[in-house]
Design a protein around this ligand. Sequence first.
Ligand code: ADP
Ligand code: MG
Length: 245
Amino acid sequence: MNNILELKNVDYTYHTPQGETNALSNISLCIEDGEFISIVGPSGCGKSTLLSIIAGLIKPSNGTIKFKGNNIGYMLQKDHLFEWRSIYKNITLGLEIQNKLDKSHIENVNNMLSTYGLERFKNSRPSELSGGMRQRAALIRTLALEPDLLLLDEPFSALDYQTRLQVCDDIYSIIKKEGKTAILVTHDLSEAISIGGRVIVLTKRPGKIKKIIDLKYPEEYSTPFLARNAPEFKNYFNLVWKEVK
Ligand code: ADP
Ligand code: MG
């Protein structure tokens, strides 16, 4: 398989007038094209910092990072949809800014709107949508720019528990269907385990890789929601729990 992303011995230290904060230490990690991995770790251990480094927003203090795609998409806890634009206008905002509102990109957006159940809400304002629909709209906005790699920073944590289970399933299937590589950061162990693939456990700050756990569920448990009922789920949970404790 091809690695789309390679990090080697990455450290990161924040420098502020108050002093230095060593946020990440010696992170080495390869991610294959098409993988969906989760990163868990205690609050403040450097998870968001790691995504900012991968996104190229900040440069590592030490170490190297190689990204072999063209384009990275970022999705956050808040959907950042603008109330003064319709859902369609929100979704196409990035394309508009990047001067990419051409026929093929517009067609792609319209296809996603209809495939993922938002066509009827094209002309609605964000406040008219449920929290789950808004997150789907935010994902389509991110996908509209055709990223090779998606970074998801606690994208479900603002949602109530039931919505969160549903939206996690929705977002997971959309990402799989579109064949994207994704990194999900979460502090919710069950959520991380339900995704399948690999879970990377970070230590408390400065975040180091404590353990990488491979997860595999039988075919009939192939979505995050179903995986929670798989016989393996409990064992995986205990394995990860032992590492973060
Ligand atoms: P997480 O996402 O795992 O909760 P972060 O990556 O946001 O953790 O932060 C890691 C550590 O770096 C924390 O101690 C945080 O206070 C510190 N930190 C984050 N951003 C900054 C910043 N811009 N300046 C200084 N320190 C920061
Ligand atoms: Mg964070």
